[in-house]
Design a protein around this ligand. Sequence first.
Ligand SMILES: Nc1ncnc2c1ncn2[C@@H]1O[C@H](COP(=O)(O)OP(=O)(O)OP(=O)(O)O)[C@@H](O)[C@H]1O
Ligand SMILES: O=C(O)[C@H](O)[C@@H](O)[C@H](O)[C@H](O)CO
Length: 187
Amino acid sequence: MTSGATKPKVIVLAGTAGTGKSTIAAKLREIFRTKYPDVDFLEGDTVHPPENIAKMSHAIPLTDDDRWDWLKKVSELSSQSAQKHSGLWIVTCSSLKKKYRDLIRSHSPETDFYFLFLFADRLLILDRITKREGHFMKANMINSQFSDLMLPDAAETLASTVDVDGKSVEQVVQECQADLKKFVAGN
Ligand SMILES: Nc1ncnc2c1ncn2[C@@H]1O[C@H](COP(=O)(O)OP(=O)(O)OP(=O)(O)O)[C@@H](O)[C@H]1O
Ligand SMILES: O=C(O)[C@H](O)[C@@H](O)[C@H](O)[C@H](O)CO
């Protein structure tokens, strides 16, 4: 646990496949290292059970039941990492539905989670995923990702959405930093 009354903080880079979660997580890590030297990020995809990866590789969308244990693991591992590494951690995790975010939060109540959604229109994501090589997630999964997607509304606290359409990585990073300013500085 970190000192004082501050809870450990986890930034969850959320959104459908191909929105730039890993790209932006790596940039934010470099930025936040000036204040949190030990901060790093967990790639949520690396803790999926092999059955989930096999399903997605065969273009079979995951169900809620496929996702529960994975979401608990994402919650646990990132919360523990925040506690061990100067109080801040980053994780990439689609977190598509509100009930998934609720589970991540309630599974590690000792930690504050901020869900930062990256969002772009389906056609842009389709184009990116079609061009991306060597990833298990293929373009034929995009429709199911969008039908599960439930962006946070104004009533959901510690959550926001950055529209990435037509924006460079640098522009997206700037908007993410602005959204996270209060969360990261609030200690
Ligand atoms: N703002 C941007 N402009 C143009 N291309 C981008 C931008 N952000 C990311 N990309 C590119 O889009 C592709 C998807 O990015 P990335 O792998 O970071 O997304 P992701 O959300 O982590 O995907 P997944 O969840 O499927 O692993 C990559 O080829 C990346 O280089
Ligand atoms: O909830 C899901 O369906 C999955 O997490 C996917 O979103 C992928 O793991 C990820 O985005 C990689 O493309």
